[in-house]
Structures are given as structure tokens and as C-alpha cells.
Design a protein around this ligand. Structure first.
Ligand code: FAD
Length: 474
């Protein structure tokens, strides 16, 4: 162990002070697609001095006291599934505090008016959910990254799960957190200041979330529509029912195809020949756009209801021009809801291609305009398609997937999409946070009120800027 880390190594134990090159390189980025394209130079510029992995609160306190004395920046890290660079370390002198070992606590509080679970902030979502389900309970918070994200990461990024139309996002579920401050002291407090704070206000060590009885039954429905506006009317009617669907997602024709919602398998193939063909196709954007109507012209809406015995297939009638597709597409979506072939994605970057996703938000009346504006802006730079999800009574998330070739096109596509969102009057994020990727658009990501509250908290809790410096401020 090198000299600077000898002292903290004695407290944590040598196995919990990781200075080897592969570990530091792995900690130099999260799952931000732009960082997947980084070469060795960029990676080593971002590489932290070490990764410290405390096992418990005593270890966290020791790391923070040591870092205060050494004037080291600390970047808390969960599972590294964030897609915007929020967990990219601020610089080579900083240290990553890997919270993934803070995963032992699991305490149920089953008081009838407010059942909850208190758990270690480093616990993976899938572990937490399976422990709850074994006792008949559920988080009802299912991000696609369920198996690769932690409870602390959810709070820090203001996460939303796939069932948010009925149960809301993590902000609606979080009851309290335990957070460590720069001097190594702890506070059990309301979760609000930490929601979306991206690890800038302290290290979360425990999280308390509201839970519900696990769903006993689900009914699956799908509908198709020729026009986005007709489909949106249908979604709005669905959201106005006394019990909204738990899942409500509206896919454009191309996204329906890639998600296997149409008859047949969608893409899914992974042979190297097919991947090479896909890369070649991405170099011919004009041709791809010209051919894409052949895939189909319908928007497909999937709706899943839970525990509604009286419902019996009676989702709101699709608007006059829509038609029902039975339960097949929604069941296929449910089966594949966590699927992402990460290795395939990384291979695409190695072949000089990129694939990325961007989340936006707009009120109901702005959704069609936001979709049209963002997709048109992306056309010169990437092949793009979209779906709408996370509906609530005020609006919804527009989720755009973009793919193309070349790091420059990737950056231009990102810039064009963000600027188009601003022009359309949308918000440039919904559930992925801000990170480094959206920092230039911070004032269109967070409200003024949120930012001034965050600034006051930052000044009060972390005046020396120890935690995740350079995030959420410009
Ligand atoms: C394939 C895929 C699908 C995804 N689907 C969804 C989805 O459906 N919904 C959704 O909301 N997100 C989704 N995400 C994004 C990501 O999973 C979430 O942002 C998640 O909440 C990040 O959790 P994490 O533990 O991986 O945090 P990390 O990526 O490690 O960190 C994210 C931020 O949280 C901070 N942080 C982490 N742990 C702590 C802690 N203990 N204390 C203080 N700060 C901390 C970090 O400093 C950083 O700023 C997806 C990502 C991928 C790759």
C-alpha cells in the first residue's frame, strides 16, 4: 500500500484500500455512454487515487475524517449504473468511496399505516426486492437497472421505476436517510435534500423506503394507434381513471420493433455478422430513415394493471382510431423489462459506433411538440426513435434512443437534442439526473428553487466542497 493510504489502510484493512490500476480505471467512469468511448488518456485523467470500500459506518467515518485531514475530495459511488457521468471522479487526487459493502442492514417496520424497510444504502435493488418479496412485500420501484443499482444511488439520482405511473418515483417513497458529513458525523434526517443531489451533500449509509404488499395479479393490455396525438389522448384518459395503470408506455413504430412489441422478434440477434451489418447501416442514416417506415406505422401502447379484480380486461376503450392488440405485446415487454446487453453495447463503441439514451419531460400539451422537435434535430446526426413513459397527471417522460457512428456525431447529436428540448419548452431530464452530460443545461434540468435550496445545503454541510466536487454547479 502506498504511503498516503497507509494510515486509512490500518483502519479499514488492506483489502478495502484498492490502489491497483484495473480497479482505479474501472472507477474512472460509470455507465455514461460517452465515457464508454474514452481512450486510455481520458481514462487515466479521470482515474481516482484509490477506491476505498468501508464495510460499515465506522469505516465511513474513518474515511471521511482521514479525507478531511488530507484535504482529499470524496466521490460516493453505488453500483456505477448512472448514465450521465455523475459518478465520474472529480480528479486524480480524489478518492472514490465505494458504498457497495454497506448492504447488511435490512429492517422491516410493518406498522399498518406506513410499512417501510430500512436498508444499507449500498444494497442492490434486486437483493432488496427479493428479500422483501420473500415476506410478501415489495418496493414497487423497478428501474430497468434493478440488478445493477443501489438504494443510495436511487435517492442520489431521483430515480423512477417502470411502475411509476401508479406508485410514483423514489422521491415519493423515501422516508428518511442516514448521511455522513465531512467530519465523519452522521445524521438521520428526511430524505428530501439528498433526492437528486448526486452525492454532493454527504455519503448515504442507510435509506428508509415505504413498501407495499407485493402485487397478487396483473393484467396485460396493448393497443395500437396511427397517430401520436390519438395515442396520447388514450394515455391521458387512462391516467384519469380512479386507478391508473402501473405501467403505461407508448412506443413509436421503430421503438416498438426494437422492443419486440410487434409480432416477430424485433432485433435481438447478436451474431457478429448482424452486429457488423448494424454498424454498416448506421453509416447510412439517410437510407435507414428512408427504410424505417417499412417496419410499421403504428404507435404501440402497453398498459399493465395490478390487483384490480373488477378490471377484467376493461382498460379504457382505445380512442376511436385505436385498436386492441390483446395481451401479447405487454407480456413480452414485462418479460424483457430488465434486459440490456451491455457487452453488445461496449462492442458497438469499439467498432466506432455509439448508442445512447436521453430522458426529457414535458407537460401533456407539450409532448407531441417535444417529440417532433427532438427527433427532427437528431436526424442529421443519428438514427433515433422514442417512447413515452412515466406518465403522471401533469405530463410524461420522452425517452429517446440514438445510435450512429463517430464520437463527434455523438456529441453533436447530444447537443442538438438538448437544444431542441430547450426550444420546445421541455425539461432536459426526467429520471437520469444531471451528471456531467447535462451540466451545461443545468438550468433547464432543475428548477431555480431546487438549485437555490441545494446551494444553501451545500454551503451549510460541505463548505470545503469535499463531496463529488464539480457536480450540480457550473
Ligand atoms: C441499463 C440501464 C437502465 C437504467 N434504467 C433506469 C431506470 O429505469 N430508472 C432510473 O431511474 N434510472 C435508470 N438507470 C440509471 C441508473 O441505474 C440510476 O441512476 C441509479 O439510481 C444509479 O444507482 P447506482 O447505485 O448505480 O449509482 P451510481 O451510478 O454509482 O452513482 C450515481 C450518483 O449517485 C451518487 N451516489 C451513489 N451512491 C451514493 C451513496 N451511498 N451516498 C451518496 N451518493 C451516492 C453518486 O455520487 C453519483 O452522483 C439505468 C441505467 C442503466 C445502465
Amino acid at each position: 500500500m502506498s504511503l498516503p493510504f497507509a494510515e486509512i489502510g490500518r483502519v479499514l484493512g488492506p483489502a478495502r484500500v484498492l490502489e491497483d490500476e484495473p480497479t482505479r480505471l474501472a472507477a474512472s467512469r460509470d455507465s455514461w455512454p460517452q465515457a464508454l468511448g474514452w481512450g486510455p488518456e481520458e481514462l487515466s485523467r479521470r482515474r481516482p487515487a484509490a477506491v476505498l470500500k468501508p464495510r460499515d459506518e465506522k469505516g465511513v467515518a474513518a474515511v471521511l475524517a482521514w479525507a478531511s485531514a488530507e484535504k482529499r475530495g470524496i466521490m460516493p459511488r453505488g453500483a456505477g449504473s448512472g448514465v450521465l457521468g455523475a459518478a465520474v471522479p472529480p480528479g486524480p487526487e480524489s478518492v472514490v468511496l465505494d458504498a457497495s459493502s454497506l448492504d447488511e442492514k435490512f429492517e422491516l417496520d410493518l406498522r399498518p399505516d406506513r410499512p417501510s424497510v430500512a436498508c444499507g444504502a449500498g444494497m442492490l435493488g434486486s437483493n432488496l426486492e427479493s428479500r422483501l418479496q420473500a415476506k410478501g412485500w415489495s418496493l414497487m420501484h423497478f428501474p430497468q437497472s434493478m440488478e445493477d443499482s443501489t438504494a443510495g444511488g436511487w435517492i442520489a439520482t431521483d430515480s423512477f421505476g417502470q411502475l411509476s405511473t401508479r406508485y410514483g418515483g423514489i422521491a415519493d417513497q423515501a422516508l428518511w436517510v442516514k448521511a455522513a458529513l465531512p467530519d465523519g458525523s452522521f445524521r438521520a434526517e428526511e430524505a428530501a435534500p439528498h433526492i437528486g443531489a448526486e452525492g454532493t451533500l454527504g455519503v448515504l449509509t442507510e435509506v428508509c423506503l415505504a413498501i407495499r404488499p407485493a402485487a397478487r395479479s396483473r393484467s396485460f393490455h396493448a393497443f395500437r394507434f396511427r397517430k401520436l396525438r390519438e395515442a396520447l389522448d388514450f394515455c391521458r384518459t387512462s391516467m384519469d381513471q380512479p386507478v391508473p395503470p402501473s405501467v403505461l408506455r407508448l412506443y413509436c413504430p421503430v421503438d416498438s420493433f426494437f422492443n419486440g412489441l410487434r409480432r416477430g422478434r424485433g432485433t435481438g440477434g447478436s451474431s457478429s455478422l448482424l452486429e457488423t451489418a448494424q454498424s454498416a447501416a448506421l453509416r447510412r442514416l439517410g437510407l435507414l430513415y428512408a427504410l424505417s417506415p417499412l417496419i410499421g406505422r403504428h404507435w404501440i401502447c402497453v398498459a399493465i394493471y395490478e390487483d384490480e379484480p373488477g378490471f377484467a380486461g376493461g382498460a379504457p376503450a382505445p380512442a376511436p382510431r385505436g385498436s386492441g392488440l390483446g395481451d401479447g405485446p405487454a407480456m413480452r415487454w414485462w418479460e424483457k423489462r430488465y434486459h440490456l446487453d451491455r457487452e453488445k453495447l461496449e462492442r458497438a463503441f469499439l467498432r466506432g459506433c455509439f448508442a445512447d439514451t436521453v430522458d426529457f419531460w414535458a407537460p401533456w400539451e407539450g409532448l407531441a411538440g417535444l417529440h417532433a422537435g427532438v427527433l427532427a434535430a437528431l436526424r442529421p446526426h443519428a438514427f433515433a426513435f422514442a417512447h413515452l413513459s412515466h406518465f403522471d397527471r401533469s405530463g410524461a417522460c420522452l425517452y429517446v434512443t440514438l445510435a450512429g457512428t463517430g464520437a463527434d456525431s455523438h456529441l453533436r447529436a447530444w447537443q442538438a437534442a438538448m437544444d431542441a428540448c430547450v426550444r420546445a419548452g421541455g425539461r432536459v431530464n426526467h429520471h437520469h439526473g444531471v451528471g456531467l452530460a447535462k451540466l451545461p443545461w443545468l438550468k433547464w434540468a432543475k428548477t431555480e428553487e431546487w438549485l437555490s435550496r441545494w446551494q444553501a445545503e451545500k454551503k451549510r454541510r460541505d463548505p470545503g466542497n469535499m463531496f463529488n466536487a464539480g457536480k450540480l454547479c457550473r
